[in-house]
Design a protein around this ligand. Sequence first.
Ligand code: NAD
Length: 407
Amino acid sequence: MIIKPMVRNNICLNSHPAGCAAVVKRQIEYVKGQIPGAQEGTPRLALVIGCSTGYGLASRITAAFGYGAATVGISLEKPASDTKPGTPGYYNNLCFDREARKAGLISITLDGDAFSDGVRAQAADAIRKAAAEAGLPAKVDLIIYSLASPVRTDPKTGTLYRSVIKPIGKSFSGNTVDMMSGKITVSTAEPASDEEIANTIKVMGGEDWELWMDALAKEDVLAPNARSLAYTYIGPELSWAIYKNGTIGRAKEDLERAARDINKKHGGKIAGAWVSVNKALVTRASAVIPIIPLYVSCLFKVMKEKGNHEGCIEQIVRLCKDRLYSAEALKDPSKTPVDGEGRIRIDDWEMTEDVQKACSEKMALVTEENVFSATDVAGFKQDFMEAHGFDVPGVDYEADVDLSFKE
Ligand code: NAD
């Protein structure tokens, strides 16, 4: 089948298997050139919850191809049917497992609802299996929690909760850009109800991360030097009404609370749990948050001009090399570089005063006439298309492709 992209309102409805694979391979090659391999204390067996796309995929690639770790990955993706491609994450997982196998790295990928106790039990079994295959103790020493989901079923009550991206207290209006046409429109979100705030915390807050750490401890698969990370975003003040001070920000506050509670509960038995504040990047979810596509387009323009632009893989490599497994943190995890709130910051380059000043100036001046020259909306679009396997340099999009993409 020949697959052409189907994009409507910053949402891409399909994906290209060969393009997804090419992007995974590109990330693998980047990591190999950046991280010289295992050292005393670097991960040997990693669990990545939300492994198939974005920051979770970059984390898994870094653990495996950077440090040589065996990996267990969990995600919820749709396989291909006879007529429709699978989700990008489905192809990314296939490619990751294939490349890992070729490189002699153990990888087990589970497809299922990471919020369920059943998948937690399957993960413990997979950890034991991966450890046995790799000749390692059945203990994970790196746990990445990188889920982004609109819904969560509480495993205890069976109740389904939905998250919303809304402001709190008053409505929010912000410009948003259609990456295909450059058309700028005002997008408005009404304030969330108390119930919507509580539900968003239930889905994107820290409760599930805590359940994961408890389950891994109960199954006795946590290594004494285990490090766990969950990811968050803070961003510039112009987005706070919809992000940091909105429903999602409340959930992220709860994630930080969970990190503190995990450290209290498991602290003596593991090296630690941290929230890492990452840079704004183009993922399937971020493209539909009001103001974010326009902000990210301005941010990319500014950071590319300064020469310090990064994508997911560059961010995670820096997170590992200069923070989590930096020389001082390897000797003593309590020396992991953090901010005053105990968070790892790899949004530091995004948040510098000069980058932020240049972004706000651009945001104030951007119009439909100058959006392609004043901002990097083209770069935003490129990353978005690549996240679905389209427009990837070197891929022959006229070639017939097998949707199952199995060997
Ligand atoms: P993403 O959408 O690319 O990845 C989400 C992952 O979660 C996928 O692997 C998906 O399969 C998995 N998933 C979703 N629901 C699941 C379920 N029920 N069971 C199993 N797996 C499930 O997201 P992302 O942008 O990489 O975000 C990951 C984390 O990083 C989030 O916490 C996000 O807030 C944070 N973050 C993102 C950005 C950004 O700009 N994208 C910036 C900073 C922090």
